[in-house]
Design a protein around this ligand. Structure first.
Ligand code: GDP
Length: 475
């Protein structure tokens, strides 16, 4: 257990109905109790895990800082497994900061980002994968993303990882017993005895790996850029896709003047839709800035919806947009990106089909012979669900999320699993070659280490710091 007592505002910055100052550690009760005045003047510790009404008072000056409800929670049934006090005050930044300052003046230390959750991990309440899931629960954008994060928080992912790790450890134990105690006549295990267990472990790891791309898609979503020359209906398409979604739509903070970014829900995948000002060259310096931004947006996109106006001819500007996209490497469906996701696909959207058609399809096809093509009208809504279907098919390859799906959603976990799988593969190859079991054992140890980094058994201090520093203060 950590010796010092930490404190932070646990609710988001800004104004709210209530705000919470959280205090955790050995001295949590003895720091807060003298600052807390109840109507009857009682000074004893209230019952654990109950809200008690009173005021926070500066004991030196007698000044009342706020009217509050306070929960004193005795370890171990707390978030950190330490004594925890939560002070519920009014949700204004100034009033909460003053309460926090008073708590700090009386012996607590300001908590680092993620330090409450770090303590929960260090005190064994959560493993590392579960601790990371706390962040995912908070930042989930869709029901599906939330479902996967909850599975991970409840330890479903960890249970599978632990099973695989135990299996490898079992094999290691048998090998090492025969190496360490040959004089005790522990027989050298035969390859046939070890192989099935190693294969089982590898199958478990590979199963988790197989779902990881899909899992990451649900967690991170898909950056989808809507591109096309002016007036083809990009903004209308963005709005139509946002309207047609059935759950959460949230505007993203920091939207620029020239690119609008919002998140729609495509069958549980957060679809980050970016409407661009256009990527065709221009001489106008103001527009130039917009173009640079949309080019940057396009470069970081996973998917492009390339929009044309069905009711007009294929213009020189249409051609320029197509050329620019090809230059940026889009539409090469078989090319793999750095993160291993397949291709950077383009979907052709022929908009305004409610009007008479005059766009020559062969001109579009000359640039994009194989890209999926959908006809839409943002006016009548026609073709929009087909567009959603096309996107889903492209990225999910027909694998829908089941209620009980346990998917790895975290890139760090995915990389550790890949490493573990490679080491197991190497161990199996060494076993088949009939080399001494010491060599098999080296790779098995490396596989165990990689798996342990996910749940935290073998995570270094550096790794922990890196992970928890991404948390917000107060979590
Ligand atoms: P953007 O410049 O590409 O973003 O295009 P907008 O979304 O601003 O649309 C340009 C114009 O086309 C607007 O007047 C829209 O109302 C109209 N528009 C967009 N989609 C459709 C459609 O499917 N059918 C018809 N008839 N008009 C559309």
């Amino acid at each position: 257990m950590q010796s010092d007592t930490i404190a932070a505002i646990a609710t988001p910055p800004g104004v709210g109905g209530i705000g919470i100052v959280r205090v955790s550690g050995e001295a949590a009760f003895s720091i807060v109790l003298p600052l807390f005045r109840r109507p009857g003047g009682e000074q004893t510790l209230p019952p654990s895990h109950q809200l008690t009404y009173g005021r926070i008072v500066n004991p030196r000056s007698g000044e009342v800082l706020d009217e509050v409800l306070v929960a004193f929670m005795r370890r171990p049934h707390t978030y950190t497994r330490e004594d925890v006090v939560e002070i519920q005050g009014h949700g204004g930044p100034l009033v909460l900061q003053r309460i926090l300052r008073l708590v700090l003046e009386h012996g607590a230390r300001l908590a680092q980002p993620g330090e409450f959750t770090l303590r929960a991990f260090l005190n064994g309440r959560l493993d590392l994968a579960q601790a990371e899931a706390v962040m995912d629960v908070i930042s989930a954008r869709t029901e599906a993303g939330l479902q996967l994060a909850m599975q991970q928080l409840q330890g479903r992912v960890s249970a599978r990882l632990r099973e695989a790790r135990q299996t490898v450890l079992g094999v290691l134990a048998r090998i090492e017993a025969s190496i360490d105690f040959p004089e005790d006549d522990i027989p050298t295990p035969h390859a046939d005895e070890l192989r099935p267990h190693m294969l089982t472990a590898r199958r478990m790891i590979d199963e988790l790996l197989a779902g990881a791309e899909q899992g990451r898609l649900y967690r991170h979503g898909l950056r989808t850029v809507i591109i096309g020359r002016p007036n083809v209906g990009k903004s209308s398409l963005l709005n139509a896709l946002l309207r047609s979604e059935r759950a959460i739509v949230t505007p993203i903070a920091g939207t620029t003047r020239d690119t609008v970014e919002e998140v729609a829900n495509l069958r549980g995948i957060p679809l980050y839709l970016i409407d661009t000002a256009g990527i065709t060259p221009t001489d106008d310096p103001v527009e130039q800035i917009g173009i640079q931004r949309s080019r940057a947006a396009a470069e970081s996109a996973d998917l492009v919806l390339l929009v044309f106006d069905c009711a007009e001819d294929f213009t020189a500007q249409d051609r320029q947009v197509c050329e620019e996209l090809l230059r940026l490497g889009f539409g090469q469906q078989d090319k793999m990106t750095a993160n291993g996701r397949a291709g950077r696909p383009v979907i052709l959207v022929l908009n305004k089909i409610d009007r008479p058609r005059s766009l020559p399809l062969e001109q579009v096809r000359r640039f994009w012979p194989e890209a999926p093509l959908v006809m839409t009208s943002t006016l009548t809504g026609e073709g929009l669900s087909q567009l959603e279907e096309t996107i889903a098919n492209l990225v999910l390859a027909g694998k829908a999320l089941q209620d009980d799906s346990v998917l790895v959603t975290n890139l760090r976990h995915q990389e550790a699993l890949r490493l573990a799988s490679q080491h197991l593969q190497a161990a199996l190859a060494t076993l088949e070659q009939g080399l001494p079991l010491d060599f098999v054992s080296i790779d098995l140890q490396a596989a165990c280490h990689a798996l342990g980094e996910i749940t935290g058994e073998t995570a270094s201090a550096d790794l922990l710091e890196r992970i928890f520093s991404e948390f917000c203060i107060g979590k």
